[in-house]
Design a protein around this ligand. Structure first.
Ligand code: ADP
Ligand code: MG
Length: 694
C-alpha cells in the first residue's frame, strides 16, 4: 500500500482532474497534504446568535432560511446588486452583494444559509454587506455544516467551504486510520499528547474548543520537535568539521582593548573573550553577535580580524550596503593608522569597481597580499578567492539569506564566522531559527552618550516640528529628515520627497545647508553627500530609507520621521538608532496620524521604549513570525501550525526533548531512532542537504 504522501488526492471521492488543479493552487497534492491542510479559523455553530440578538458593528455568523431573493441593477451606481433576506424565526437580516450576478444561481427561496460578516444598520434594518456565505442543498450538507464547530479553510477561486469540508470528511473517513504517529510514544505519554489520528481529526472537526486546542498543541509540539532536531543536527555537523585553532595571547587582547581613546564596555570585553575562546578551538566558530545600534559591535568584530592576522590568516567583512561597507572600511583605515590594526593591509571591494581595479584586488587576495577585505555581495561571487581565509564577519545577517552566509564560509577551509545583527531577535525566535548558532549579546551602551527622547506630532503640527529642528541646528547640531518611499509607489513618493526638500530650501530651512539623498542617486553621489554631512558641511540631510543601516554621525542628534506610520517597527528603530550616538541629548520627532490599527501599535511601541529587544518582541507580536523575517528565511515557513511567538512553553519542552535525543545519539544512528531520522529528512530536506553538503 502506498503511503499517504505518495497518494494523489484524486483518489478521494469527489476530486476530479479540475478540482485537483484547484487544490494544487492551495499547495495540496497528496492525501497527506490534504490532511495537513489546516483551517484558518473556526466557526462555532453549535449555538448560533439569533438574528434578534445580532449586535450592530460586530462580525457575526447567522443562520436561517432564505425568505426572499432580489437581483437588480442599482439606479445611480449601475452596479449589480444581489439582496437576500434571511429569517431564522427570531428576526430578519438582509445580505447584499455588489457586482456578483452569478450569485443568483445559488440563492433560492427556502434554502438554508449561513452568512458571516459585519452587521450594520442600514435604513433601519439589519444588513451584512458582502458576507461569507454558505447555502445548503441537502440534509447531509446541513449535518456537516450546521450545529457544530466548523472549520473555515483558506480558499482558492472556484472552491467553497462546503466543498472542502465534504472532501475533508471523506478523506478523513478513508485515510485517517493510516496516519502513523511519528512522535515517539514515550514523549507522547510523558506530555499526555493525543495520538495523531484523533489530533488531525479534531483539528478539522473538533467537538469542543478544548479538543481543538489540544490538537493544535499536539501538532505544534511535533513540528517544533522535528524542526529542532534538524537544527541541532545541522549544528553538530558544522561544529564537527576541522576548523582553525587560532593562537590568541592575553597580551594581544589587552593591547587591543587599550588601543582606543575610550574604555570598552564590560559587555564588549565579555564578547571579545567569547570570540577569542571560540577562535582558539579546533572547530569552526559560528556565532551570532546581537546588539542594539550603536552599542559598539564593530570594534568587537574587528578584534577577530586582528587575531586572524596575527595567525597569518586573512579576514573578510561583508556588509549589506555599499554605504555601510565604506563606513566599515573608513573605520578600519583609521584603526590601521592609529595603532590597533597597525601593519594590516585592507581593501574595499564593491561592485562598481573597474575590471582592472577589481582584477588587481582579486589577485592580491588570492596571493595573500591583502589581510582584510571589506565589501558587499561583491565578495561572494565565484572569482573571489583567498590564500587562507581565517575569519569572516557578516554584518546585518537577516539582509542575507542562510545560503549566502554559507557561501562566504565555504571560501576558506572552514573559517571562523561571526554574524552581526543590530535587529535584536527575540529569544524565542532565536532558538527556533538559530539554534545552530552560538549567541553573544552586547547589552550595554558606551558611557557618555546623550539620551534619546521620542515624540509624536500630527501633520498639522509640522511647523512646530521644524521650529524644534531650527533651534537644535542653531545650537550646532545636525538633523536628519526622513521620508518614506515604498516600492509600490516609488516614483510618486520620490517626487513628494523632492518637492518637500525644495520647499524646505525655500522656506523654513532657507538659512541652513540642506541636501537630499535618495535611492536613485548613484552610490558615489550618495557617498559624497554623506561624507559632507559627516564633515559638518551640511546641517540637514533629507533622506529616504537609504539611511536605514549603519550611518554613524555623532553630531546628528535630531531626526524627523515623516509619515512615521508607514515604516515598519524594526525600520523605525534602526532609523532612530542613527541619533544619540554622540554626547548630546537627541530628539526623534515622529510626524504621523496613524490610521490603521497596526500603524497605531507601531507608533505606540516606538514611543514606549528604546530597548531593541522589547521593540523586536512588539514587532513579532504585531506581525507574526513569518513576516518578521521575510520570505527567504528557511524554517519558519515550514511550521504550519506552531507559532514560536505564542507557544514559547511548548517550544521549550520540544527543544529539551530534541536536545536529550541528540545528546544520546548525535547522528541518529541507533536503530530505535531510524524513523525519527527519516521524518526529519523528509520534513526538512534543505536542512539535511546542508548537513550532507557542509
Ligand atoms: P554598532 O555597530 O553596534 O552599531 P559601532 O561599532 O558602529 O556600533 O559603534 C558606534 C560608535 O561608538 C563608533 O563610533 C565607535 O567608535 C564608538 N564606540 C564603540 N565602543 C565604544 C565605547 N566603549 N565607548 C565609546 N565609544 C565607543
Ligand atoms: Mg555598526
Amino acid at each position: 500500500m502506498s503511503s499517504l504522501q505518495d497518494t494523489s488526492i484524486q483518489f478521494v471521492k469527489g476530486v476530479g482532474p479540475a478540482r485537483k488543479k484547484l487544490f494544487a493552487n492551495l499547495g495540496v497534492e497528496t492525501i497527506e497534504d490534504l490532511l495537513y491542510f489546516f483551517p484558518r479559523r473556526y466557526e462555532d455553530r453549535r449555538n448560533m446568535t439569533p438574528i434578534a440578538q445580532a449586535v450592530v458593528g460586530e462580525y457575526q455568523a447567522i443562520c436561517g432560511t432564505i425568505q426572499k431573493c432580489l437581483s437588480r441593477k442599482s439606479w445611480h451606481t449601475k452596479k449589480h446588486l444581489a439582496e437576500v433576506t434571511v429569517d431564522d424565526g427570531t428576526g430578519r437580516i438582509v445580505c447584499v452583494w455588489f457586482n456578483q450576478p452569478y450569485l443568483d444561481r445559488y440563492f433560492k427561496e427556502g434554502k438554508k444559509v449561513v452568512c458571516y460578516g459585519k452587521v450594520d444598520l442600514y435604513k433601519n434594518r439589519l444588513q451584512i454587506t458582502s458576507p461569507d456565505y454558505e447555502v445548503f442543498d441537502t440534509l447531509e450538507d446541513e449535518e456537516l455544516n450546521l450545529s457544530r464547530i466548523v472549520p473555515v479553510y483558506p480558499l482558492t477561486r472556484g472552491m467553497t467551504q462546503r466543498y472542502i469540508r465534504k472532501i475533508m470528511q471523506s478523506c478523513l473517513e478513508t485515510y485517517q486510520d493510516r496516519l502513523e504517529d511519528e512522535l515517539p510514544v514515550a514523549i507522547r505519554n510523558r506530555y499526555r499528547l493525543t495520538n495523531i489520528k484523533s489530533s488531525i481529526r479534531s483539528l478539522h472537526f473538533p467537538e469542543t474548543p478544548e479538543e481543538q486546542e489540544a490538537a493544535i498543541e499536539r501538532i505544534s509540539f511535533e513540528e517544533f520537535y522535528f524542526f529542532q532536531i534538524s537544527i541541532i543536527l545541522r549544528r553538530l555537523s558544522l561544529t564537527q568539521k576541522p576548523g582553525i585553532p587560532h593562537k590568541i595571547s592575553d597580551a594581544l587582547c589587552l593591547r587591543y582593548i587599550d588601543a582606543f581613546p575610550f574604555d570598552l564596555t564590560r559587555a564588549q570585553k565579555r564578547v571579545i573573550r567569547e570570540i577569542r575562546e571560540d577562535m582558539q578551538k579546533p572547530r569552526p566558530m559560528l556565532r551570532l553577535l546581537q546588539g542594539d545600534v550603536g552599542c559598539g559591535k564593530t570594534i568587537v568584530a574587528i578584534f577577530g580580524c586582528l587575531a586572524a592576522y596575527k595567525n597569518g590568516h586573512q579576514s573578510a567583512i561583508m556588509a549589506p550596503t555599499e554605504i555601510l561597507a565604506r563606513q566599515h572600511f573608513a573605520n578600519i583605515e583609521r584603526m590601521i593608522a592609529d595603532g590597533p590594526l597597525k601593519g594590516m593591509r585592507a581593501v574595499l571591494l564593491v561592485s562598481q569597481y573597474k575590471k582592472s581595479e577589481r582584477d588587481k584586488i582579486l589577485k592580491e587576495l588570492a596571493d595573500g597580499q591583502i589581510d582584510l577585505v571589506v565589501g558587499t555581495h561583491a565578495l561572494i561571487t565565484d572569482d573571489v578567492t583567498f590564500k587562507k581565509l581565517g575569519f569572516t564577519v557578516i554584518d546585518e545577517q537577516h539582509k542575507f539569506g542562510v545560503r549566502q552566509r554559507a557561501i562566504l564560509a565555504e571560501k576558506g577551509g572552514h573559517p571562523d564566522v561571526l554574524i552581526m545583527t543590530a535587529t535584536p531577535i527575540p529569544r524565542t525566535l532565536c532558538i527556533t531559527l538559530y539554534g545552530d548558532l552560538d549567541v553573544s549579546i552586547i547589552d550595554e551602551v558606551p558611557a557618555g552618550r546623550g539620551k534619546v527622547v521620542t515624540r509624536r506630532f500630527g501633520h498639522d503640527e509640522s511647523q512646530q516640528v521644524y521650529q524644534l529642528v531650527r533651534s537644535k541646528i542653531k545650537e550646532g547640531r545636525q538633523a536628519y529628515i526622513v521620508y518614506p518611499i515604498i516600492e509600490e509607489s516609488e516614483t510618486l513618493d520620490l517626487k513628494a520627497a523632492q518637492e518637500m526638500y525644495r520647499n524646505f530650501k525655500r522656506t523654513v530651512f532657507k538659512d541652513f545647508r540642506i541636501e537630499l539623498v535618495h535611492g536613485q542617486l548613484k552610490q558615489d553621489q550618495t557617498a559624497v553627500i554623506m561624507q559632507r554631512f559627516k564633515d559638518h558641511q551640511i546641517d540637514i540631510l533629507v533622506a529616504t530609507t537609504v539611511l536605514e543601516v549603519g550611518v554613524d554621525v555623532a553630531n546628528a542628534s535630531v531626526m524627523v520621521i515623516e509619515h512615521a506610520d508607514r515604516f515598519g517597527l524594526a525600520q523605525l528603530h534602526q532609523l532612530r538608532g542613527r541619533i544619540g550616538r554622540g554626547e548630546h541629548d537627541a530628539v526623534c520627532l515622529l510626524v504621523t496620524d496613524p490610521k490603521t490599527e497596526d500603524g497605531q501599535k507601531r507608533i505606540k511601541a516606538i514611543l514606549s521604549t528604546t530597548d531593541g529587544f522589547k521593540i523586536a518582541q512588539h514587532d513579532l507580536d504585531i506581525r507574526g513570525p513569518g513576516k518578521f523575517f521575510g520570505r527567504h528565511q528557511h524554517g519558519l515557513n515550514e511550521l504550519k501550525v506552531a507559532n514560536p511567538a505564542t507557544q514559547l512553553d511548548i517550544l521549550e519542552v520540544a527543544r529539551k526533548e530534541a536536545v536529550m535525543l541528540t545528546d544520546a545519539d548525535p547522528t541518529l544512528k541507533k536503530k530505535s531512532n531510524q524513523s525519527i531520522r527519516r521524518t526529519v529528512a523528509r520534513r526538512y530536506p534543505t536542512y539535511l542537504a546542508m548537513v550532507q553538503a557542509g
